[in-house]
Design a protein around this ligand. Structure first.
Ligand code: FAD
Ligand code: NAP
Length: 313
């Protein structure tokens, strides 16, 4: 007989891992699925210093600690790129590229992914000087010059990480003010290796057979065109919702983020959404973790309320 899980958690970022911890500790059968390694966006984060309990911890290390605690109570974790969730009422059917599963509840924790800048050269030099992950690729640019595009927390925090490695880090921002938290701004302005080009729209990334050689941008005030010679380009221009897995459920707003109530419930009974994928998420590790704890408890309450005639194995 096909196994029917109590809970399938889709996504093994901080939200999904916390939901897995709570639900499995409540003695529910839990399967957590991810199409990559556990850790989510934390794998692309150099240093986390705003997660309670740690003055500073590397993103991948925090991911490993969360995974270890999430798996302590018997949950299963397996690879699967989720392609569809069918809501068949009291049972949900989850379709992945590696298998199909039945479950009483689903917690969607698919998070977000970096947005592309969509300029010529971005695709061509991706992996040959263009990167979206300082912690993964920063080491290739030791004592070299890199551009960071964007002005939010990611651009400035990861720019500061790159400043430990590179000769110079040039932040190119489309406005004359950063969006990043003030504490990050203060550090960036005080760092001799960090430089800023304001009101600049990047229009092209240029290179040769060896990789990136420069960034072509337009000064939005003077309309002048410039080419800045750099060895690498790190792009941090915001996030896009990872909603491929559940488009068929029609639970997203116009921007693609999932709508839930305060209990993380979507409009489909038994299907919850947590963390960055939620429309009104603050998009932090702490908030993803908080959502995960809440949903882990809510699935327990929901399952208790179901009639007991669904066979669990
Ligand atoms: P995610 O971490 O995005 O994880 C989602 C998971 O779902 C991924 O593993 C993905 O592979 C998986 N997935 C997606 N779609 C599917 C599918 N169809 N099938 C199977 N699996 C799927 N926050 C802080 O609080 N402090 C920081 O210092 C900090 N630094 C950051 C630095 C950077 C560069 C970035 C990008 C973000 C940073 N953040 C930081 C934000 C923080 O990482 C996120 O808010 C948090 O990771 C969101 O957690 P999540 O569980 O909602 O989703
Ligand atoms: P973000 O906050 O959306 O910032 C994106 C930046 O890119 C903005 O400065 C934006 O400019 C710029 N931008 C957007 N589209 C652009 C384009 N087409 N061309 C040029 N520039 C463009 O994204 P993020 O920095 O990745 O942060 C995402 C979430 O993760 C946030 O909630 C953030 O707080 C969180 N995060 C937290 C931490 C931390 O707590 N330490 C670290 C990283 C990320 P404008 O400013 O003009 O809009």
């Amino acid at each position: 007989m096909t196994k029917i899980y109590d809970v399938i958690v889709i996504g093994a970022g901080p939200g999904g891992m916390t939901a897995t911890l709570y639900a499995s500790r409540a003695n529910l059968s839990v399967l957590m699925l991810d199409r990559g390694i556990y850790g989510g966006q934390m794998n692309n984060t150099a240093e986390v210093e705003n997660y309670t309990g740690y003055s500073s911890i590397l993103g991948p290390d925090l991911g490993q600690k969360m995974y270890d605690s999430a798996m302590r109570f018997g949950a299963e974790f397996t690879y699967g790129n989720v392609e569809r969730i069918d809501d068949n009422g009291r049972l949900k059917h989850v379709v992945t590229d590696a298998g199909e599963y039945d479950t009483k509840t689903v917690i969607i924790a698919t998070g977000a992914q970096h947005r592309k800048l969509n300029v010529p050269g971005e695709e061509e030099y991706n992996g040959r000087g263009v990167s979206y992950c300082a912690v993964c690729d920063g080491n290739f640019f030791k004592n070299q010059t890199v551009a960071v595009i964007g002005g939010g927390d990611s651009a400035i925090e990861e720019g500061l990480y790159l400043a430990n490695l590179a000769k110079d880090v040039i932040v190119i921002h489309r406005r004359d003010q950063l969006r990043a938290q003030k504490i990050l701004q203060k550090r960036a302005f005080a760092n001799d290796k960090m430089h800023f080009i304001w009101n600049a729209q990047v229009e092209k990334i240029v290179g040769d057979e060896h990789g990136v050689t420069g960034v072509h941008y337009r000064d939005k005030v003077t309309a002048e065109q410039h080419t800045l010679p750099v060895d690498g380009v790190f792009i941090y221009v915001g996030l896009q919702a990872m909603n491929d897995a559940f488009k068929n459920l029609h639970i997203c707003n116009d921007q693609g983020w999932a709508l839930t109530d305060a209990n993380m419930a979507t409009s489909h009974p038994g299907i919850y959404a947590i963390g960055d994928i939620r429309a009104d998420s603050f998009r932090q590790i702490t908030t993803a973790v908080g959502d995960g704890g809440k949903a882990g408890q809510e699935v327990f309450n929901y399952i208790q309320s179901l009639d007991e005639d669904i066979t669990t194995e």
